[in-house]
Structure formats: C-alpha cells, structure tokens
Ligand binder design. Sequence first.
Ligand code: DGL
Length: 273
Amino acid sequence: MDSAAAIGVFDSGLGGLTVARAIREALPAERLVYLGDTARVPYGTRSAQTVIRYARGCGSLLARHGIKALVVACNTVSAVALDVLRVELDVPIVGVVEPGARAAAAVTRSGRVGVLATAGTVASGAYPRALAAIDPRIEVFARAAPLLVPLCEEGWTSGEVPRLVARRYLEPLVACGIDTLVLGCTHYPLLRDTLERELCAIVGAPVPLVDGSRATAESLARLLSERSLAAPPGGCGSLELFVTDLPDRFTEVAARFLGRPVEGLQVRQVDLG
Ligand code: DGL
C-alpha cells in the first residue's frame, strides 16, 4: 500500500461531507475521494440487507481506485455493514459509530447517553453495543429521528419548524435523564445549534452534544500512522467528489455540509451498476 494513494470516503449522499470536512481539517495533506450514493439515498429507512448490498457497491467502487484506506462516513452503513466490508475489501476501514461512542463515553458523567440516529442505526443496536464494549455501565437511550435528514437536505436547519421537530425527538430522551447526546447521523451536525438550544431549553441547562466526525478523523489519523500510510506533511491534499445521481443538486447543497463554497470542486457522476 502506498502512502501517496487517496483515502476513500463514502456516504449514502451528502451528509458524509461533514466527516470529509473533519478529515480535511485534521489531515490537510491527504487526498480524499468522496462518493455519495445520491441515487439511492436515504439508507436510514431501509433494511440491513439492502444497506449491506448498497455498501458493497460503494466500497468496491472506491477500492478499485487503489485507495489506501476507506472511511465509511455513513452511520447507518457503519452500524450494519462494517463487518461485511472488512471481510470483503482488502483495505483498512474506519467507521463512524465506534469513534462517536468513544467520544460520548469520554463526556458522560452519569452514564446515561442519548443517541439520535436513523431508524436503521437505532434498530441495529450498534451504539449500545459500541458503548457497552467501552464501559458496560453506560446506559444508552436511542431514538430514531427520521424527519431530521430531509430538513438538513432542504437547508431548514434553523427556525420554528426544525425547533419543533427537534423538541419532539428530544423530550423522550430528556425524560430518560440523559447527560450527553450523540448525533448519530452524518446530517445532524448541520442542526447542531438548533438541537443544542432546544435541549438546553428542555433540560434547563446545557447538555453536551457529541458529533463523531472529529473522532473519526482522529481514528483515521491513528490508523494511517500505525501503518505508515500517512501522506508526507506539508503536501497539499485534495477532495474529489463523485455521486451516483444529480451532480448539480449535490454541488448546490454540498457547500452547507462542507462549510464553504464548492467552486473549483468538480462533482462527477458514476454508475454503480
Ligand atoms: N448517512 C445517513 C446516516 O448517517 C443519513 C442519511 C440516510 O438515511 O441515508 O445514517
């Protein structure tokens, strides 16, 4: 494996750009090849078997690019398909669930951790499993929040509508006495301010929010350094973008996820067959 090779990153769509952004910030010398499966998004409402099939398509397309590592930026894929990908692909793989769980375990004081995620991630039990492996005393209260993904896609991340939706999802978690909330979906960091404010309003005090993207970038950095695969420092990294449908729409919404305009970034369409 060559340290000059690119790192593959994939998600069901746009949301994984929040992870790509964290990797660009932490590892600016790395070349990233990002694939968003915009033809088949959302994954979070589908069965585990379907998500595994989609994940195989995305993972093997990137593996054919000769990547040195693969980041599964999608929580739903990380929750249900990581083991399959690790067996089938000959490339080191980092998912987002375990790093997010580790970050939450480091923050919680009471050991009562809330998780907001897609229905698929919640049904998989991946966060409770990951947190139990770190500290079996931690209790996890996970809740599916299916309306949050379309709100982010539409850019409705502040104002009355997302506030009321957030409140509806947060109240039952607050009733469980959580002291930490994991944003267990790639899209939710875009709603961070709204979720943080609403949670604070319900509880009457700030509650820490954990977003696994930075922890994922740190896991990737560790993996690259352990395997002597890190790009030489000082190099100028890059981000190449591929989608499976509607590249123009992707360009439009991508700026919100990356936190900067995407001029100069070409979005190309690929067919997963
Ligand atoms: N990327 C998905 C996740 O993090 C959210 C969007 C979807 O449902 O595909 O779970």
